[in-house]
Ligand binder design. Structure first.
Ligand SMILES: *Cc1c(COP(=O)(O)O)cnc(C)c1O
Length: 339
């Protein structure tokens, strides 16, 4: 159905012929032999963009997180995080099965796991003997998906770094949409992510690539990540086909994330007149409260607008390059009429 306006997720962007036609196929080789020039270019580009020594192309954000945490901790170790962060909300089984790590998820006041929160979470468990799980990593997220795409504050990240230094922990940033956050802050990515030892970023979200993520960090950790990625079956052969498209999309990240953030801000204002916004709109998504989210989503779908019933009382609308401002205006009218 051509008239559908899909606001469920920014992962739903379509690949088009021109995305692939502009690729230089001669650059595509076997990445397991280190012979794919697109993959190497994309890794170098991201290491520079995020100001880290090295970066590794990953098939998914989940694998990036799994491998990243495994690089910073060993089986039996503990990772402090927030209950709503992707690493706990979606990946808790994966963390336990893949890496043998235990999560210590904290319920923060407003979605920001502060350094003070992390200290409380750490002090809540037995720390007087090496017989018990030892906290090794604090995992934060930005933008924060489960809390409406809000931005993890710069000053708090610095405070978290200080706590990590004090307690000899690593700081991991799940930055699946970190460029939307940087655009919101008008801050260079390398500066924003500097306090984090390692981070994940997803090409398949805001920038609109069909595939892939990047894990960035110290060279020695990225070498370890190469091994863990192989264990996960994530060393791919001609992955330059995907890396080449991602690299091309990265050339437009500022424009695209700005446009998506602006669109969400506009949508938030329109919907805020008719519904309660659950969170301030800071990046590319809008969450509204609804007593029967599933029911509203079904009514919307019947009228050609797709939204995600995130929780029984919460609807998520995501802006991406899949939806134009004109379509968004039409969607806003339909949403307001369906509440
Ligand atoms: C999407 C997402 C991931 C996982 O990425 P996949 O490519 O879907 O595995 C991780 N963290 C956050 C915050 C995300 O939004």
């Amino acid at each position: 159905m051509p008239d559908i306006i899909d606001l469920r997720s920014d992962t739903l962007t379509r690949i088009c012929k021109s995305d692939v036609e502009t690729l230089d196929f001669a650059k595509i080789g076997d990445d397991c032999y280190g012979e794919d020039r697109y993959v190497r270019e994309l890794e170098a580009y991201c290491a520079e963009l995020f100001g880290k020594e090295a970066a590794l192309f990953m098939p998914s954000g989940t694998m990036s997180n799994q491998v990243g945490l495994r690089c910073l901790a060993a089986p039996g170790d503990e990772v402090v995080t927030e209950v709503g962060y992707h690493i706990n909300f979606f990946e808790s089984s994966a963390v336990s099965v893949n890496s043998g790590l235990v999560l210590n998820p904290y319920h923060s006041a407003d979605g920001i796991l502060t350094a003070a929160d992390a200290r409380i979470a750490i002090q809540a468990k037995a720390r007087w003997s090496k017989l018990y799980a030892a906290p090794k990593v604090v995992a934060i997220e930005s933008s924060i998906n489960s809390y409406g795409g809000i931005v993890y504050p710069v000053e708090e990240m610095r405070r978290m770094r200080a706590l990590c230094d004090e307690m000899d922990l690593s700081l991991y940033l799940d930055g699946a949409r970190v460029l939307n956050a940087c655009t919101r802050l008008d801050m260079p990515p390398a500066r924003y992510v500097r306090p984090a030892d390692m981070l994940n970023f997803c090409f398949s979200k805001g920038v609109g690539a069909p595939f892939g993520s990047i894990l960035a960090g110290p060279a020695e950790k990225i070498e370890a990540a190469r091994v863990f990625r192989k264990w996960h079956g994530g060393c791919l052969h001609q992955s330059g086909l995907m890396a080449g498209v991602a690299l091309d999309k990265m050339g437009h990240w500022q424009r695209v994330t700005q446009q998506d953030n602006d669109n969400a801000e506009w949508l938030g204002r329109r919907l805020g007149e008719a519904a309660r916004l659950k969170y301030p709109v800071e990046t590319n998504m809008v969450f509204i409260e609804a007593t029967d989210a599933k029911g509203v989503a079904a009514r919307l779908a019947a009228r050609g607008v797709l939204a995600l019933a995130w929780k029984p009382d919460l609807l998520r609308f995501t802006c991406s390059s899949l939806v134009t401002r004109r379509e968004l205006e039409r969607a806003a009218d339909i949403i307001r009429a369906s509440l």
